[in-house]
Design a binder for this molecule. Structure first.
Ligand SMILES: [Zn+2]
Length: 288
């Protein structure tokens, strides 16, 4: 027996956002260098997590307005085993034809966000899509000196990011920090996790949703301990500073957020506590 389909509609003004789950990745708490065993165990128990690696969702978001179908991130794709790579199947189940996707906006070029742009044969999984990446992000991953500077663990990521960029060739466009790469979708620089890590705001006022990419990887840890960076952060100190800044901002603005690694569908609010923060997931609700 299989799990039920993983898609969820979030209407925002004239845009229908559909949260889609590509699957999950197991993240061991050793990926958080600042985490002590004791505190990580305490937070894991508090969140009813079993001992061992933490199953972490990989989400992507489809945006439909009129005839336009846009994706924000594309999941892992068929590259990392059976726990991920469900995105296109989930899209079909949600009546979203991958061939209709005209643009994919990437929060950053890590494999769990861009790998799904390729199919199992290395061809374009979204044959009619243009790909949008922030300028600093594109510059970082295409720098010819990066492979010799980067640690071993980063080498597969560099190869996959460049394979994706090659497959889409002149369909890849970069945009400046804060630009609106597509009308109605405003980019927000949230650098640190990667040098060009970018979020996107859809809608305005109470309705708006801020799709924040990888501000949080493991919710039970990082809302309580925002200073806990992930070893995959290109700059852990900058990523932590960004996380604190964004938490403070969305908590005071009461702005709805959506995350690629928050438990599916990954939409909710951030609330300030006395010393840190907590996350309030939005409940399922009917449309209309
Ligand atoms: Zn990620």
């Amino acid at each position: 027996m299989q799990q039920a389909p993983a898609h969820y509609r979030i209407p925002v003004g004239e845009t229908m956002i559909t949260a889609l789950c590509d699957g999950y990745l197991d993240l061991p708490h050793a990926l958080f260098p600042a985490a002590t065993d004791e505190r990580a165990g305490e937070l894991a128990r508090k969140a009813f997590l079993r001992p061992g690696p933490i199953p972490t969702a990989v989400n992507a978001f489809a945006l439909e307005s009129g005839d336009r179908l846009v994706l924000i991130d594309a999941g892992v794709g068929p590259l990392r085993g059976e726990s991920t790579g469900r995105l296109r199947q989930e899209m079909q189940l949600a009546s979203l034809d991958p061939a209709r996707v005209s643009a994919v906006l990437l929060t950053h070029l890590h494999t769990d966000h861009c790998g799904g742009l390729l199919d199992a044969t290395g061809e374009r999984a979204f044959p009619n899509a243009e790909v949008f990446v922030s300028e600093p992000e594109l510059r970082f991953w295409t720098d010819g000196g990066l492979p010799s500077r980067a640690p071993e663990a980063m080498q597969p990521m560099i190869r996959i990011a460049n394979a994706v960029l090659r497959a889409y060739g002149n369909r890849v466009t970069s945009f400046g920090p804060g630009a609106e790469p597509i009308s109605g979708i405003r980019s927000v620089p949230i650098f640190g996790h990667t040098p060009g890590h970018t979020g996107f705001i859809i809608g305005s006022g109470d309705d708006a949703v801020f799709i924040w990419g990888d501000v949080v990887h493991v919710a039970p840890f990082q809302f309580a301990q925002p200073e806990w960076g992930l070893s995959f952060d290109v700059d852990q100190a900058a990523a932590s500073a960004t996380r604190r800044r964004i938490f403070a901002q969305v908590a005071s603005d009461r702005m709805r957020i959506a995350g690629m690694h928050l438990a599916f569908p990954g939409v909710g609010h951030v609330v300030r506590d006395t010393t840190s923060y907590h996350y309030v997931p939005s409940p399922w609700r009917p449309l209309g």
